[in-house]
Structures are given as C-alpha cells and as structure tokens.
Design a protein around this ligand. Structure first.
Ligand code: GLN
Ligand code: ZN
Length: 761
C-alpha cells in the first residue's frame, strides 16, 4: 500500500491573495487580524485541496519566508529588529522588520537593515539568511506551528509538520563575526529536541525534516554534524522523515544510510538512478519516500512510464513506499484550471500544483488497486503525452538541423579584441571614459497604461507604436541634453526583459496566472518554453532604428541573452537545457545580425541570469559554463569587427567564474560594483581581464542621488585596477524602476564626473 504525501504547497494562493494582503498590511490598509485571517483561509483552502493525500504538510505556509519562520521558531532573531522603542510592537512587526527592513508601524524613517536575502539552492525562490554570532542562543517558539497543526486537524487530516533540519538551518546561515557557526550545533539541538517532543504531544506521528544540503558537496565536518544531530535526536517521540530534494545524493548516500531516522525522501526525478541503492542501504524497516512527480516544472508526468518503473518497487516495499512530488510545490504555479487563454493543445500538456497532486493520487490508486481502477485517467494522460511528443509545434526540423550544424566558428569573432578595438574606435568615435546607461529608462504609469490599453485592444497597433515612439523621443532628448556618449532607446515597449522576447519567439507560451513566489510578496510568471525556438521576424530592429534616426550619437541595440532567457523560463524536460539554449542563441544571433544590417554599431546582450544557472555542485559548473558561454558567443559573435558587443550582468560575484566571463569575449562588459567601492574589480585585475569594463558607478536600487565627487572617487579607484582606456562609465543596472526626477540628477553627476576626469588627463 503506497502512501501519498506532499512536501509543501504554494502559499501565495491561486489569485495571489497572500501578496495582496501582505502589501495592504505593509501600507497600513489592513490590520494584523485581517492579515491573519487571509493566512488562515489560504491554509484551510490548501489543505482541502490536498485532502485526498494520506499526509498533509503543515508549516509550509509563511507570511514571508519559511527559513525566517524557522529562525523565529528557534528564537534566533537579529537584535536590531527587536528594539524599536515602540510599546505596542508585536512579533509580526519584528518579523517584517527582519524581512524588509521596516514594519508598517515604523513611522519614522529610521530604517534598520533587512536580513540578507539569497537564492534557495538552485531555485528562483529567495530566503532570509539566518544570522549567527558566537553568542547566538536559541529558544523554542512553537506556538504558530502548534496552532496550524490544530487547524489542519480540524480538517480531519493526518498532519505531517515540515521543519528545516538543524544542519541545513546552520548551513544556510551566516556568521556575523569571526566565529564558526558549526560550534552552535550543540546549542541548537536541544531546541529541536524540545520541538519534536511538543509535536509528539500534539499528536503528531511523522515530522518531515528537510535537509536539502544533502544534495550538495559537503565537507567532512558537515557530514559529521549530520550524524551527530540525528544521533542526538534519535530517541525523539516522533518519527522523522528526512527529506532531500533538488538532486542526487552521490557520496552523501553513505551518510544518509547511517542516520537513525524512520524514513528518507529522495528526489526521484533528479536522482532516479540512486533509488535502488538507497533502498538497499536503508534498514528494512525504513520508509522510502520517492519524489516521482516533478515539483520544479509544469509538465504532465508520463504516468504509465512512471508506473512501469514504480510497480516493482511498490511490490517490494509494500507499505514502506511513500510517494510525493520531488520537492515542495512552492516552485510551481497553483492551478492550471484558471488558465483561459492558453492554447488548448499546449494546456493539455501541463500540470500545475493541483494537477500534480491529482497525478499523485492516480499513481497511488494504480499501485494499490490496479491500473484498471484509473484506466480513463491513464488513457487521458497517455493521449496528452503522445500529443506533446508528436506535435509539430514542439518539433521544428529546420531548427533542429540548424543546431546540429553549429560549428565552433559560429562562436568566434573574426579578429581578436585588440584588433577589433582599434577598428571600433575608428568606426564609433568615443571619448575617454565613454558614458552610457544599461538600457531601460523609467517605466512610467503612462507607459504601462498605454501597454495595457493596447493589450486590451483599446488602441490600435499604430496608435501604440506612436505612443512608444514618443517615449523613445523623450528618452533620447533627455540623454542628448545630459550629454551621454552612447544612447539607448529606453525599452519603453518592454514589459519584461524575457517575456518581451518570449512573446515574439515561436516555441514559447504564456500563462495568465502562472505565478511563482520569488521572495516575500514578489511573484514571477516564468514563460513556458515548450518547443523548438525560432524567430519569425525581427524583434527589436524598428524601435532601435527609430531611436537612431533621432540622434547623431551612437544608439545601442538592446537584447536579452540566450542563457538569461533560458534561466528565467520553465524549460522543456524532453531535451537538455543546453539544446534549448543553443536554439535561443541562434534566434538571438539572427536579431544581432539584423540590427547590424540596420546600421546599429553597438549591441548589448544582457546576461543578467547567467550566474543563476550554475548547478548546485561545483563539479558540474564546468559543463554548464561550457554550453552557456558557447551559447552567448554564438548569439553575439556573428558580427563584423567594427561592431561593438556589450554585455551586462547585474551582480558582483565573478571570483569563481572569471575565466568563463573572459571567454564570452564581449567588447564591453557592464557590471554591478558601486556598493563594493570597486573592490570587486580586483578579480578582473588579477585575471588580467583583457576587454573593456563598465563598473557601475552608482546604485540604481535606491532613490538617492550620487554626488559627482563620489563618482569621481569611484572611477579613480577603478582606474587603479583597470587601465583608464578600457573603462566605461555607467550606472549599476537599468533605470526602469526609478523616476525621471531621480534619474536626471544622478546621470548629470555621472556625466560631469566623466568630464572632470577627462580634463585631468
Ligand atoms: N537592459 C536591461 C535594463 O536596463 C537590463 C536589466 C537587468 O540587467 N536586469 O533594464
Ligand atoms: Zn542589471
């Protein structure tokens, strides 16, 4: 008898109810009682939807982030957030202060800094990093979890609390002093022990303890910490299901098989090849939970193929087999049913959280009662799987042939950087310290209103074009007046740097409600890359050409790179990511060449998300970087020597990937550096990075105006590391989230800083 369970359900709500309630609370439009009610209703709805399962997750809901919730449950709260001289300060206020730097009750502007946020493993979810010091102490605050357990029980359900394991919790956190966080383990474990005892008192039988660090490379001391922790918790009065996800265990399989827990969950999508070994290595009494439905993508599971594989395992394990999605469903949209505009054929291939749980119960029935009990479900599933395999919308032989024909020469410029650089200097006349921007200018309410009216068919295409041209004209006039050297059209026509291209490429589909939480109240709606990618016609040329027609200054063409488009999409599971990336690269290459033909001399290809695609294990980085960089090169390098290729990356960690960055061979790279006082350029300096660099000279994420003196100082620091002849002057990132009133004075100071420095030469 296979048992079903779920590791976690998306908390935002099918209509993003949580987001809207959070934001209203932050604006002071609702009070904490109303926010709490929204949370309670969502939880109740989600448990109802999961009710066919044998065990429901509890503790997966959060008003901001589950790691932050764990910090609160463990009494590990940064002291700066607690003391606000405010008599009616509540725990919720403190909570949001750690999450966001302020709470709705902080009327003064004294903003305390928020907890650092970072990527949750290799997903696009971001968590609040726990903070540790040598003096960190822990104490149990389990009220919230216990309350939710009783809520869940009122649904008559078998509850299974979900907590982050002690070792992963420590591993994810950061020391704020020179201490070693591992030394805190012995202070932490008694609190976990107490928590487990309380859960047992609340009538809980099983607790899911998440230790996803088991799919990463672990030093010996962390492996020992795992052994030590679970030995310590061995006699707890509940059964522990140790959950791992996002990848194979590799050498950590030996660690896991020694841990005294009652069950182990393995991601059987990414570690299917380890299932047999895991079963063999676990004690004969252990529960084996297999994540057989992909919790990271939006595709239907091939149920018959899964059953062919799973049936013998179910026979062997009997009631020891649990089945579940591979990881929490936090990473997929809530419900496919709400989609009304998706093409019906494509829709028939998809499964969001609800549909994934339906698949799970179908698998369970087939395993426990025979396939004939669910023959119609299995048949419908097979029809959808076949339709996707065979669809001509998925398979485009011309594109497949083009990828097969890729040769290394496609990724190579005609000449090396030095030669190109000379030709470009003659062709595009630029001063020392050329000034430019990263691409976008403010996305004003006016721009968004025009786009919305166009989408709703309230204005014609030509009216819309006219409105966008006016915006471009405005942006060009402003840049002329500022005296910038390389201009941009401002990206007014773009809703989003990936969606804009996805909408024009064949092989992409868009959902209406396919939201996934990225952090806090922020949700993203990744486009769905479903088929071979082709570009029916030019995507950006007419806007850039129009912008160029308004000025004598060089106009930079602006594109999103293949790796970033890939990394911010739901991707195919029927071919390697690398293949989809090459297809995107060929499409962007065509666009680059069309821009060049249209007389655009400078083309920027943004790769904002290149780093995000790095695999969890460093041993796999090389393979990823190889195809990712090759894809960028294919997209960029089909141009003449005197065309200048720029790329932009809005982050600052280049230490471990600098040689790959150099391999991209972009003529100019613009990066984020202003907050680090240019120290981040050290890595470019030590590597002898050969091409031009535009280190961001001011932080666009704040409304503050940088002073001219500060910018001069930063550029001087940059020039100590990179020869002045190879430096560009630009902001850290695009300006779309700013107001024109902020942008103008900031850029004025930036341009005059460059002028001051030129005069000194
Ligand atoms: N060209 C884009 C812009 O200026 C780049 C955005 C980004 O790097 N995230 O908005
Ligand atoms: Zn950026």
């Amino acid at each position: 008898m296979a048992i079903t369970h779920n590791l976690g359900f998306p908390r935002i709500g099918a209509q993003r109810e949580l987001k809207f309630a959070q934001e209203k609370y932050w604006r002071g439009e609702i009070d904490s009682t109303e926010l709490a009610t929204c949370g309670k209703q969502l939880r109740s709805k989600h448990w109802q939807q999961q009710s066919p399962l044998d065990f429901l997750p509890v503790g997966d809901f959060s008003f901001y982030d589950q790691v932050l919730d764990m910090s609160f449950a463990l009494g590990n709260i940064p002291s700066r957030a607690v003391n606000q001289n405010n008599a009616n300060n509540t725990e919720l206020d403190t909570y949001f202060r750690v999450a966001r730097g302020r709470s709705s009750k902080d009327t003064d502007n004294s903003c305390i800094h928020a907890g650092e946020m970072t990527k949750w493993f290799d997903t696009n979810y971001h968590y609040i990093v726990p903070e540790f010091t040598q003096d960190s102490t822990f104490s149990l605050h389990s009220e919230k979890l216990l309350l939710q357990i009783s809520e869940a029980k009122s649904h008559g359900a078998n509850v299974k609390p979900v907590i982050i394991g002690p070792v992963t919790y420590l591993h994810l956190g950061k020391e704020k002093d020179t201490s070693n966080k591992l030394a805190l383990l012995d202070r932490l474990l008694p609190v976990y022990q107490q928590l487990l005892a309380e859960l047992a008192n609340a009538g809980v039988e099983w607790v899911q303890v998440d230790e996803p660090i088991l799919v990463t490379e672990l030093d010996q001391e962390w492996k020992q910490a795992l052994e030590h922790s679970y030995q310590f918790l061995k006699n707890s009065p509940v059964k522990l299901l140790l959950a791992t996800y996002f990848g194979p265990l590799q050498d950590n399989l030996a660690v896991i098989s020694q841990l005294p827990v009652s069950g182990v969950h393995l991601d059987a999508i990414n570690a299917k090849h380890e299932v047999a070994d895991l079963i063999k290595s676990l004690p004969a009494s252990s529960v084996v939970s297999l994540g057989v439905i992909n919790g990271r993508n939006i595709w239907k599971t091939d149920l018959s193929t899964t059953l062919n594989w799973l049936e013998p395992i179910a026979n062997e394990l009997q009631e020891r087999l649990w089945i579940a999605p591979s990881c929490s469903l936090l990473h997929v949209p809530v419900d496919l049913e709400s989609e009304e505009q998706l093409d019906p054929e494509i829709k028939s291939w998809l499964a969001f959280a609800h549909q994934k749980l339906d698949e799970l119960t179908t698998l369970q029935t087939a395993l426990n009662e025979g396939r004939n009990k669910v023959s119609s479900e299995l048949e419908a599933n097979q029809t959808a799987i076949n339709s996707r395999h065979q669809s001509t919308r998925v398979n485009n032989p011309v594109v497949q042939q083009a990828v097969a024909n890729i040769t290394p020469s496609l990724g190579q410029r005609q000449s090396n950087f030095n030669t190109r650089s000379k030709l470009q200097k003659e062709h595009i006349k630029l001063p020392l310290y050329p000034t430019t921007s990263i691409g976008s200018f403010p996305q004003t309410a006016q721009i968004r209103a025009a786009r919305l009216r166009y989408k709703k068919d309230q204005i014609s295409e030509s009216d819309y074009t006219l409105l966008m041209q006016q915006e471009i004209q405005y942006a060009v006039d402003q840049q002329e007046a500022l005296g910038l050297d390389v201009l941009v059209h401002g990206e007014a026509e773009r809703n989003d740097m990936v969606e804009y291209f996805g909408e024009q490429l064949q092989g992409y589909a868009f959902s209406q409600f396919g939201w996934v939480q990225s952090y806090g109240s922020r949700c993203v709606k990744p486009p769905i890359l479903f088929g071979d990618i082709s570009r029916p016609k030019a995507m950006t040329v007419k806007w850039t050409q129009y912008a160029q027609s308004l000025t004598e200054k060089p106009m930079k063409g602006m594109l999103t790179g293949p790796v970033t488009i890939l990394n911010w999409s739901f991707v195919r599971d029927d071919q390697p990511r690398s293949l989809s990336c090459y297809q995107l690269a060929l499409a962007i290459r065509e666009e680059v060449q069309d821009l060049e033909k249209a007389g655009v001399n400078i083309i920027q290809i943004d790769e904002a998300a290149l780093r995000e695609g790095l695999p969890l294990r460093q041993s796999q980085w090389q393979e990823y970087l190889q195809w990712a960089i090759e894809s960028f090169r294919i997209s960029a390098n089909g141009v003449e020597d005197n065309t200048q290729i720029h790329t932009h990356m809005c982050y600052s960690e280049f230490n471990d990937i600098i040689s790959a960055i150099a391999d991209m061979d972009a003529d100019v790279i613009t990066i984020e550096t202003s907050r680090s006082d240019m120290e981040l350029l050290d890595v470019f300096d030590h590597f002898n990075y050969p091409n031009d660099i535009g280190p961001g000279v001011y932080d666009i994420h704040t409304p503050n105006t940088p002073t001219q003196a500060h910018i001069v100082e930063l550029i001087e620091k940059a020039a100590q590391r990179i020869p002045a002849e190879r430096l560009w002057i630009n902001p850290d990132c695009g300006l779309k989230t700013r107001q024109w009133e902020e942008v103008i004075p900031a850029l004025q100071n930036m341009v005059s800083a460059a002028q001051t420095l030129r005069q000194q030469k």
